[in-house]
Write a protein that binds this ligand. Structure first.
Ligand code: FES
Ligand code: FES
Length: 162
């Protein structure tokens, strides 16, 4: 079948082999083929950020990327964010700051924020944080608490690094 491709990718540290339609998005492959439903389908057209994952460490909207483009690359989803020692500091901060209501946007918020924390120069002010996170919409309007949670972890990181 000319529309079927075999893909080898590593998702959350686990090698995966997918046989998917060439038109399958990375979001569909993650949710439907790999069963990783933590990554959410909001708009399916690049406008809401709910589907944010990391590909080779960079933030990507998985609804806009084809699964075939993940061939030979490393993908991290929200299921892979926590470490062996427990929740990621961002997850703990989101809990502490009540940074979600329905939780639908949360996986995307977390994955975006995790990328942001790798760029300490961009967390100097709330405005900087809001700017970086502006592609992640929250219908519940939890923005203030989301920013507070990220600010908290960024400050902790700065302290640890000092
Ligand atoms: Fe991908 Fe909305 S589902 S940006
Ligand atoms: Fe409901 Fe953000 S917590 S959409």
């Amino acid at each position: 079948d000319q529309y079927v491709v075999d893909i080898l990718t590593v998702v959350n540290g686990v090698p995966q082999q997918w046989r998917v339609d060439t038109r399958t998005t990375l979001l569909e492959a993650l949710r439907d083929t790999a069963g990783l439903t933590g990554t959410k389908r909001g708009c399916d057209q690049g406008a809401c950020g709910a589907c944010t994952v990391h590909v080779d460490g960079n933030r990507v909207l998985s609804c806009l990327m084809l699964a075939a483009q993940a061939d030979g690359r490393t993908v991290t989803t929200v299921e892979g964010l926590a470490g062996e020692l427990g929740l990621h500091p961002l997850q703990e901060a989101f809990l502490r700051h009540d940074a979600f209501q329905c939780g639908f946007c949360t996986p995307g918020q977390l994955m975006s924020a995790a990328c942001l924390l790798r760029e300490p120069g961009r967390t100097r002010s709330d405005a900087d944080i809001r700017e970086y996170m502006s592609g992640n919409l929250c219908r519940c309007g939890a923005y203030d608490n989301i920013v507070a949670a990220i600010r908290d972890v960024a400050a902790q990181q700065a302290e640890d690094g000092a």
